[in-house]
Write a protein that binds this ligand. Structure first.
Ligand SMILES: Cc1cc2nc3c(=O)[nH]c(=O)nc-3n(C[C@H](O)[C@H](O)[C@H](O)COP(=O)(O)OP(=O)(O)OC[C@H]3O[C@@H](n4cnc5c(N)ncnc54)[C@H](O)[C@@H]3O)c2cc1C
Length: 239
């Protein structure tokens, strides 16, 4: 289906959201993704003109679809996307995916996000908040530096607006930042999870991020001795 670009918004250093008006209403579940195909590439890219991106918007936010990505100079696709003007038309296909949160879920959940892996969780937390779902959620969100925390303000506000959402952000390279970081530091590891989650045998853990991050966190979760079926993962293949 055709998608018309309505707005581009900066979310963090190097990270942008793109808002699209679909030619017909899209019924999707929070956490699902879309294929986005550019009509032509302004800069060459060996991976071609199509990528999959999670819809960072929530189904409760109206008709517009939103995707969020880190713009990298090495990617001809992303450089082309970043230079599209409002009103541009591209091709979209979806929704797809089974990494999701719908109204039937009870939780509790622990969301573990690495960098841009926050996109499905932004959608799910917004959905749960707008729908006033009684689902306990703890987000543990890891970034290298505070400047790279996408949706920072919005997530902090969701944590305040929704008593069921707890937010923990951790920074792995605070020494590389200009901002003085007084919160948690280090990557998501066993010590951090045990510190934040009182009884690890209770929640469902959802992990999202680049493949290396997801593999590392799955290994950590493997050591916790969780009951079967308590881990759901989304690997952002291509990173
Ligand atoms: C289900 C699913 C959902 C996804 N959702 C999202 C999403 O919401 N947002 C999103 O951004 N992506 C998402 N992705 C990944 C997305 O589809 C792209 O594959 C990814 O963004 C990489 O894009 P790119 O190929 O343009 O390369 P880029 O990573 O932008 O970079 C281009 C080149 O640089 C190289 N490179 C990448 N990282 C580094 C680095 N740190 N140092 C040096 N070189 C590097 C790469 O190998 C590549 O050749 C998702 C993937 C899946 C499977």
């Amino acid at each position: 289906m055709k998608l018309k670009l309505i707005e581009i918004k900066e979310e963090a250093k190097g990270t942008k959201s793109f808002f699209w008006e679909p030619e017909k209403t899209v019924n999707y579940i929070a956490g699902q993704y879309f294929y986005f195909t550019l009509p032509s590439l302004k800069y060459p890219d060996p991976r071609g003109a199509t990528r999959h991106f999670t819809l960072s918007s929530s189904p409760t936010e109206g008709n517009l679809l939103r995707n969020t990505t880190r713009i990298r100079e090495e990617s001809g696709y992303k450089k082309t996307l970043n230079e599209l003007t409002v009103g541009s038309i591209i091709e979209g296909e979806g929704p797809n995916g089974t990494f999701l949160l719908d109204e039937s879920e009870k939780g509790p959940f622990v969301f573990l996000a690495g960098g841009i892996g926050i996109t499905p969780f932004r959608s799910m937390m917004k959905f749960a908040t707008d729908k006033k779902l009684p689902i306990p959620i703890r987000l543990i969100y890891s970034n290298s530096v505070p400047e790279e925390i996408a949706f920072r303000k919005e997530i902090e506000e969701l944590g305040k607006a929704n008593p069921n959402i707890k937010v923990n952000m951790t920074i792995s390279k605070p020494e590389e930042s200009k901002e003085k970081w007084e919160g948690l530091t280090g990557r998501i590891d066993e010590v951090l999870i045990r510190k934040l989650v009182a009884d690890v045998s209770v929640p469902i853990f959802m992990v999202s991020g680049p493949p290396a991050m997801v593999d590392a966190v799955e290994q950590v979760l493997g050591k916790l001795g969780l009951p079967a079926g308590r881990v759901r993962s989304e690997k952002f293949t291509g990173y």
